[in-house]
Structure formats: C-alpha cells, structure tokens
Ligand binder design. Structure first.
Ligand code: ZN
Length: 304
C-alpha cells in the first residue's frame, strides 16, 4: 500500500492539463550564432501552432545591439496575421522603451508582453544594466503603457540560483513578485535561468509562492544546464504550476550567463507529461517535424 501511495503521489491527477509555452523562437534563437531571417522565424512559429502549441514567446523587444538575433521583432509579429484563433503570442520586454516598440506593431497578433526582473542583483546588472530596485520601480510605467492593449506577465529570472551570486532566497524572489503584483501583474513565471534548480527546491518554492499569492497563475521556465530540466518540470507540475516553458529541440541559453545551456526540450517535456497522464494538446509527431525543420536550417542535431 505504501508503494502504491508513493506512486500515486508521483503522478498527476487524471485529466490534469498543463499549458506548454514554447520559448524557442525567443530564448532559443537569441543564442544562435546564425541570425535567421524573419520569414524562417514566421514559418517556425506557424509549424509549432500546427503541432498544437497555443502559447508562444515569439521574440523580444530589447536592444538590437545586445541581441541582434531578435532585432526583427516587428517584422516577425507582423507576419503572424494568419494564425489560428486561440493562439497567444507574447514578446519579452526589458523596460518601457520595449513596450513602446511593442505598441508600434501593426498586427494585433501580439497579445502579451513579459517583463523580466532577476532575483539576483548580479544577473539583473548583467542582463538589464540596472539594479533590481531600478527594474522594480519601472514596473508601474510598463503596466500603464501596456494597459488596454497587452496583458503583462512577469518573469523572475534566476529564481533558483545564480552562478554569479550563488544562493537565491525565497525573500529575493518574493521581493520581485510583490512589486509585480502591486503593479497589477497576475501571471508570474519562476525562471531557472541558469539551470541550477533541484526538484525538491522547485517543489518548495512553487508551494511557497502558491501559498503566498493564491490567485496567481504560475509558470515555470526551465533550463537543462545540469540535466535536471525534466525532473524539475515534473516536480513543478505535481506542485501545481499551470504552465511550463520549454523550447523546440532544446534550443536556448542566456547570452549574459556564460555556460548556460538550452531550455528543456519541448518534445521531451511533452513526452514525459503524456506519460504522467497530463494533457498538453500537442502532437509529438508534428512537433518532431518542427525539430527537423530547424535542424536543416541550423545544420546541427537538436534535442528531442
Ligand atoms: Zn531562459
């Protein structure tokens, strides 16, 4: 009986559904040496939608000098006019100037922006060139600019550890979420930017965040730097996250974190969730076709 109870604990309740948010077009492609043309990015996103993915972080509005791979954000989003209804496209912004660019996009395809602030002072300085306090003080303006046009999501980077700063406390994470909620943000992503998280830690932090912020929609953004991406996703889903972020073929990393490798692979994640009895609505065969499409373009093997 003890064994069967333990096994039941490991599995999701039958019928559980988790949304997969595909971040390959943003987090993945920003780390490729090859800068892909907008048309290829548009084609990739359309193929991901055909595979059943309904939430895609498509690009980012950050400095084209810092991230030249995504300097065509407007062109990519304006090429998205034929997407099926029910597909949610988002774009990352670092500050109010990013929101201004997003507001200039002519097509209504972009529905969400995600503002990222790091729990780590050192990573926030490297990634956004300002202190955590400065980033937090800019949240009100970002939400004010976006009001009536975009839903704003918040992402807490390095929530499970930072190679420059080391241990991140729950307090470091709560400080960022508190400010995000005060600014009116109701969906939060806990990002394991450096892939330092462990399943126990994911379970603990997800539990603490759900208890402290009961109404919040919670997502996990996982990197596979230490090979724990899938285990961490499993722990997060059992602990009750509604969304998991991953990238097609395991693309990704962080240009401001040396050695950070890709996001957890969408194919492997979906395969694991289906085995757990969790529904995603994603067709693995069609998803494989997206990986092959990218492998041909990048001329290398990808993950999953
Ligand atoms: Zn990432």
């Amino acid at each position: 009986m003890i064994t069967s109870n333990m096994q039941q604990n490991q599995l999701a309740t039958p019928g559980t559904r988790v949304m997969i948010r595909e971040v390959g077009p943003r987090d993945g492609l920003q780390n490729e040496k090859l800068i892909l043309p907008a048309q290829i990015k548009i084609e990739l996103i359309k193929r991901l939608v055909i595979a059943g993915i309904t939430a895609i972080e498509a690009t980012s509005f950050v400095s084209p000098r810092a991230v030249p791979q995504l300097s065509d954000a407007e062109a990519v989003l304006e090429g998205m006019h034929e997407l099926a209804s029910g597909v949610i496209l988002s774009a990352l912004v670092g500050n109010a100037a990013g929101v201004q660019r997003a507001l200039g996009v002519r097509q209504p395809a972009l529905q969400e922006i995600v503002v990222v602030v790091s729990a780590s002072e050192a990573h926030n300085q490297a990634n956004l060139k300002r202190s955590v306090a400065e980033s937090l003080s800019g949240l009100d303006e970002i939400c004010r600019l976006a009001a009536g046009r975009f839903k704003v999501r918040g992402a807490v980077a390095t929530a499970f550890g930072c190679p420059s700063q080391g241990w991140i406390s729950s307090g470091d994470v709560f400080r960022v979420i508190d400010s995000m909620m005060e600014a009116g943000i109701e969906e939060i992503t806990l990002a394991d930017t450096a892939g330092m998280g462990k399943p126990e830690q994911v379970k603990q932090l997800v539990g603490e965040v759900r208890e402290r912020y009961p109404g919040v929609t919670l997502a996990l953004h996982l990197h596979d730097t230490r090979g724990r991406g899938l285990e961490n996703a499993r722990a997060g889903v059992i602990a009750g996250v509604a969304v998991v972020e991953s990238s097609v073929g395991g693309l990704g990393g962080c240009p401001f974190l040396p050695g950070a490798v890709g996001n957890v692979s969408t194919g492997k994640l979906v395969g694991m969730l289906h085995e757990m009895g969790v529904e995603t609505g994603i067709d693995l065969q069609r998803l494989s076709q997206c990986v092959w499409f990218l492998e041909e373009i990048l001329v290398r093997r990808l993950d999953g």
